[in-house]
Design a protein around this ligand. Structure first.
Ligand code: NOJ
Length: 554
C-alpha cells in the first residue's frame, strides 16, 4: 500500500498533560485537544502526534504504559479519543500514536503476573536473569534510575530496565510478546489512527550474552541493547504483518542513530520505518545528552542537518524537528531569549524549508522559552532526579545543579501551553499540575493572534510557503558558506525551481554576500522574519540580529 502522503505532512506534537485542560482538574486532556483542533489546523498542520495518552502510573509521564488499549482517565476515555480522531479526520488531519513497546509500566498486568513466579503464562514476557556473585547479572546502568537491574524476591531473579525501575523491558525474543505488539498496533489502526511514532524502538533486541558494558554512570551497556542482533528481524515482522497492511506510516525514535543507520532502516529492501528521528543536530550545544552542556556550535548543527539531507536524498526520508518533549526549548538553546521573536522565526526557517516532514512541538509556534524554577522541589521528572543524583556524586552542589536543570532539563518544554494572559495562562481554571512559565503575560497565543508579525503568524506563513512550493519538500539540498560560524545558508533545487534560505545566527549585524548565480532582488523574496524586508541589493544583504530571508526562483 502506498503511504507516500506522509511526505507532505506537517505534524504537531501534543504532550497532552500540558496542552489544554478542558475539565478544570489542572491537567491537559482530550477535551482541551478537541477544543483546539481548529487552532492546530490553522497553523498549516495536517497531522497530530500524541505522546502517550494511555493509562500510566507516570513513572515517566506516560512512557510507562499500564494498559495499551485504553486512555488515561486524566485525559478522557476511548470514546472521547475516537471523537478526536474523527474530528481531526474531518479536518484532513492524521493522528499518530506513540507506540512504547521497548518497555511497559511495572503496573502493567503482564509484569504483575510475570514477577510472581518463573513459571506462569507471562513469566517470559520480560528480561529476567539470575544474579552473579551476589549482585546483578552484569554492570549495566539504566538511562533514568541507577542500575539497570532490579531484584524480585518472588523469583529470586533480576529484571532489566533500560529506563526507570517502573519501566521493565519487554522480552521481544518471546514470539508471544511480538504478537502482543502487533495486536496493539492493529487495535489502534483499526480504530482509525494513521501511524505510530515508535519509542526507542531500536532497543528491543538485546545481546543474548548480556556482557558487561563500557563503564559509564548512565546507560552503561547501551552498546549491547541498541540495534541488537534480532532488531531487523522483529521490525520486519511488525512491518510485514501489520504496517504494510494499513494505509499508515511509522516514524522511529532511535537514540544514537546517524544518517547511515537511517539509510539502513528507511530505504531499500530492509525498509522498516518511513523515517527516523535524528539526534545529531540536537547535540549542537551538548555532549551526548542535553545535561552535559557546551556552547552552541552552528557548525555542528549545519553538519548534522547537511549529512542527513545529502545522504538520504532520493533514497530515504527525513523527519525535521528542533523541539519535542525531551529537550529544552530551542530558542533558549540555539537562539536567544533576548531576540526571542527574531531567533524563534529564524530557527523555524532554518529547520523547516529543507526536505522531510516537519514536526513541531506544542508552544514552539508561539516561541515559548525555557522555564526558571526557584527550587529543585518544583521539578517533576525522573531524569532531572537521576541527573541530580549523578551530579551530586561528582560533587556538584544543589544550588549549582538547580542552574544546570533550569538550563538543560527536558521539563523546560513541559510547562503548560500559554493560551492567553489570564490566570494560569488560560491553560486551566484549576490548579495547574506543573507551574506555568512566569512569562505567560507577554508570551501567549492570544497575543500572537493579534499581531500579524508574531512568531505564530510567521509559522503559518512558513508552512503555507512550504506546502505550496514542493521545492522545499522534495528539493535537493546544497549548503553554502559551510565554514561560517554565524550564517546558515542553503539552497533547495527541484526541476526549474530554486530557493535560497539565508539565516543569521548572530546577535549582531551580519554582512551577507550572495552565492554565485543567485540574485537577492526584492522580487524574489518569499519570506522574511522582520516586519520589513532585509536591506541590501541584488548581491548583498545587511542582516540584522537573527534575520532570516527566503528567496524563491521559479
Ligand atoms: C523516549 C521518549 O521520548 C522519552 O520521553 C522517554 O522518557 C523515553 N523514550 C523512554 O520511554
Amino acid at each position: 500500500m502506498s503511504n507516500e502522503w506522509y511526505k507532505e505532512l506537517v505534524v504537531y506534537q501534543i504532550w497532552c498533560r500540558s496542552f489544554r485542560d478542558g475539565n478544570g482538574d489542572g491537567a491537559g486532556d482530550l477535551y482541551g485537544v478537541l477544543e483546539k483542533l481548529d487552532y492546530i489546523k490553522s497553523l498549516g498542520v495536517n497531522a497530530i502526534w500524541f505522546s502517550p495518552i494511555y493509562p500510566s502510573p507516570n513513572a515517566d509521564w506516560g512512557y510507562d504504559v499500564s494498559d495499551y488499549k485504553d486512555i488515561h482517565p486524566d485525559f478522557g476515555d476511548s470514546d472521547l479519543f475516537k471523537q478526536v480522531v474523527d474530528e481531526a479526520h474531518k479536518r484532513d488531519m492524521k493522528i499518530i500514536m506513540d507506540l512504547v513497546v521497548n518497555h511497559t509500566s511495572s503496573e502493567h498486568y503482564w509484569f504483575k503476573e510475570s514477577r510472581k513466579s518463573r513459571d506462569n503464562p507471562y513469566s517470559d514476557y520480560y528480561i529476567w536473569k539470575d544474579g552473579k556473585n551476589g549482585g546483578p547479572p552484569n554492570n549495566w546502568t539504566s538511562l533514568f534510575e541507577g542500575g539497570a537491574w532490579e531484584y524480585v524476591p518472588e523469583r529470586d531473579q533480576y529484571y532489566m530496565h533500560a529506563f526507570a525501575k517502573g519501566q521493565p523491558d519487554l522480552n521481544m525474543d518471546n514470539p508471544k510478546v511480538r504478537e502482543e505488539v502487533k495486536d496493539i498496533m492493529r487495535f489502534w489502526l483499526d480504530m482509525g489512527v494513521d501511524g505510530f511514532r515508535e519509542d526507542v524502538i531500536t532497543f528491543i533486541s538485546k545481546d543474548p550474552d548480556f556482557p558487561n558494558g563500557f563503564p559509564l554512570p548512565i546507560a552503561c551497556g547501551i552498546e549491547h541493547y541498541n540495534k541488537g542482533p534480532n532488531l531487523m528481524k522483529y521490525l520486519k515482522e511488525f512491518r510485514e504483518d501489520v504496517i504494510d497492511k494499513y494505509d499508515c506510516f511509522v516514524v522511529a525514535e532511535s537514540p544514537m542513530t546517524g544518517a547511515k543507520d537511517a539509510l539502513r532502516f528507511t530505504s531499500g529492501d530492509d525498509r522498516v520505518f518511513d523515517m527516523m528521528i535524528s539526534f545529531d543536530h540536537m547535540n549542537a550545544d551538548c555532549f551526548m545528552t542535553d545535561t552535559i552542556h557546551l556552547p552552541f556550535s552552528l557548525k555542528k548543527f549545519k553538519k548534522a542537518l547537511g549529512a542527513w539531507q545529502t545522504k538520504l536524498y532520493g533514497k530515504a526520508w527525513n523527519a525535521l524537528y528542533i523541539e519535542n518533549h525531551d529537550h529544552p526549548r530551542v530558542i533558549s538553546r540555539y537562539g536567544s531569549e533576548e531576540f526571542r521573536d527574531e531567533s524563534g522565526k529564524m530557527l523555524a526557517t532554518a529547520a523547516f524549508l529543507m526536505s522531510g516532514t516537519p514536526f513541531i512541538y506544542q508552544g514552539q509556534e508561539i516561541g515559548m522559552v525555557n522555564n526558571k524554577l526557584d527550587s529543585l522541589d518544583e521539578f517533576k521528572d525522573v531524569v532531572t532526579f537521576n541527573n541530580e543524583r549523578v551530579f551530586r556524586k561528582f560533587g556538584v552542589s544543589k544550588k549549582r545543579y538547580l542552574k544546570i536543570a533550569n538550563k538543560t532539563s527536558r521539563e523546560n518544554s513541559r510547562t503548560p501551553v500559554q493560551w492567553d494572559s489570564s490566570a494560569n495562562a488560560g491553560f486551566t481554571t484549576g490548579t495547574p499540575w506543573f507551574g506555568v512559565n512566569k512569562n505567560y503575560r507577554t508570551i501567549n497565543v492570544a497575543a500572537d493572534e493579534a499581531d500579524p508579525f508574531s512568531v505564530l503568524n510567521y509559522y503559518r506563513k512558513l508552512f503555507r510557503l512550504r506546502q505550496s512550493n514542493k521545492v522545499f519538500i522534495y528539493g535537493k539540498y546544497k549548503e553554502h558558506f559551510r565554514r561560517n560560524k554565524k550564517l546558515y545558508c542553503y539552497e533547495m533545487t527541484r526541476d526549474k525551481d530554486r530557493a535560497l534560505i539565508v539565516c543569521s545566527f548572530s546577535d549582531k549585524n551580519l554582512h551577507f554576500k550572495a552565492p554565485k548565480g543567485f540574485s537577492l532582488d526584492e522580487e524574489f523574496i518569499a519570506l522574511y522574519n522582520y516586519p520589513d524586508k532585509p536591506s541590501g541589493d541584488s548581491d548583498e544583504l545587511f542582516l540584522r540580529p537573527y534575520e532570516a530571508a527566503v528567496f524563491l526562483y521559479k
